[in-house]
Design a protein. Structure first.
Length: 321
């Protein structure tokens, strides 16, 4: 009889605690990773590499979805409005997180209030690139060409971190350039390769091979010093004498009210994924700098960058459109 009672007690304990343990397991279903730009770009490329590794580590599907438009803000809004349970996260960059509030009106969310940084994954070099048919071989020649007749350039959207550098460059050089916004890097690069548009500002990753094969011509990089992989390409500052500060980071973020333990699980596993040789080599091969910045440091970096863009947009008198 005592044995029977003991067995009933143990089974009741299992009955009441079992579902609780199951409910706390994370992730308990596929995780949707929202990329707010077209497939084929540098951000999309990075997210798919990380997602594949996370599936191995966590034993759950990480489904990458491209939700494009409005310089990344459409896909970002989707994440902001999702259930904050960690099963929908954003794979984004500084365009829609730190820059959009200063460059665009009514983006539909407050990045500081509505999102929490998980992990900054990589940093990227921004580059001004041209179709080989363009007469200009460097930035000085390009500016002279634009002063004779305005030149069109493509970006991944108005108000993006790729759009702002050219606005600043045109301001400093006093040269007319006409922005042609795309929904992402893939369509832009396709048109650039075909010669449908003469210029573009892009991240280095998706066009590195096209530079190596001479299908595209690098004009200048928006970095303080020359990029080691492109030692012959001048910085914008070398030509203009004034620094046009611009860079891009790629990272993962979640809706603001995600439970702390789930945020920590994601952060830990994303950084673990980035430490894997296969992941690191895949990203470094396309000239991404792996930083694997944890959540709290990422949050501080985002706050500092917001202050930077507030001062920068005021300095160049750039208004939200």
């Amino acid at each position: 009889m005592k044995i029977l009672i003991k067995a009933l007690i143990l089974s009741s304990v299992f009955f009441f605690t079992g579902p609780t343990v199951a409910a706390e397991s994370f992730p308990s279903k596929p995780v949707h990773v929202i990329v707010p730009y077209q497939s084929g770009g540098g951000l999309d490329m990075m997210c798919r590499v990380i997602a594949a590794q996370l599936e191995k580590q966590l034993g759950q599907s990480f489904v990458v979805e491209n939700r494009t438009g409005a310089a990344g803000t459409i896909g970002t809004r989707m994440v902001v409005r999702s259930e904050p349970d960690g099963h929908t996260i954003l794979c984004g960059n500084n365009s829609e997180i730190t820059l959009a509030p200063f460059m665009m009106q009514d983006i539909g969310y407050d990045p500081q209030r509505d999102l929490v940084p998980i992990t900054m994954a990589v940093k990227q070099t921004l580059i001004l690139i041209a179709h080989p048919s363009l007469e200009a071989k460097n930035l000085a020649q390009l500016i002279e060409l634009a002063k004779k007749s305005p030149l069109s350039y493509g970006t991944s959207g108005k108000g993006s971190s790729l759009h702002l550098p050219m606005l600043m460059l045109a301001h400093v050089a006093n040269a007319p350039f006409v922005d042609v916004p795309y929904r992402g890097a893939a369509g832009l690069i396709t048109d650039l390769l075909a010669g449908h548009i003469p210029l573009a500002v892009v991240n280095l990753a998706p066009i590195a091979d096209h530079i190596s094969s001479n299908r595209l011509r690098p004009i200048a990089v928006f970095t303080e010093t020359r990029n080691p992989s492109l030692p012959d390409v001048q910085t914008v500052k070398e030509t203009l004498g004034v620094e046009v500060p611009a860079y891009s980071w790629f990272g993962l973020l979640a809706p603001a009210n995600i439970p702390k333990d789930r945020l920590e699980i994601l952060d830990e596993n994303i950084r673990k994924a980035l430490s894997q040789d296969s992941v690191r080599s895949a990203l470094e091969r396309v000239h991404m700098e792996v930083v694997a910045m944890p959540s709290e440091a990422f949050k501080q970096a985002v706050e500092q960058e917001r202050e930077f863009y507030a001062k920068l947009t005021a300095r160049f008198d750039l208004k939200a459109q």
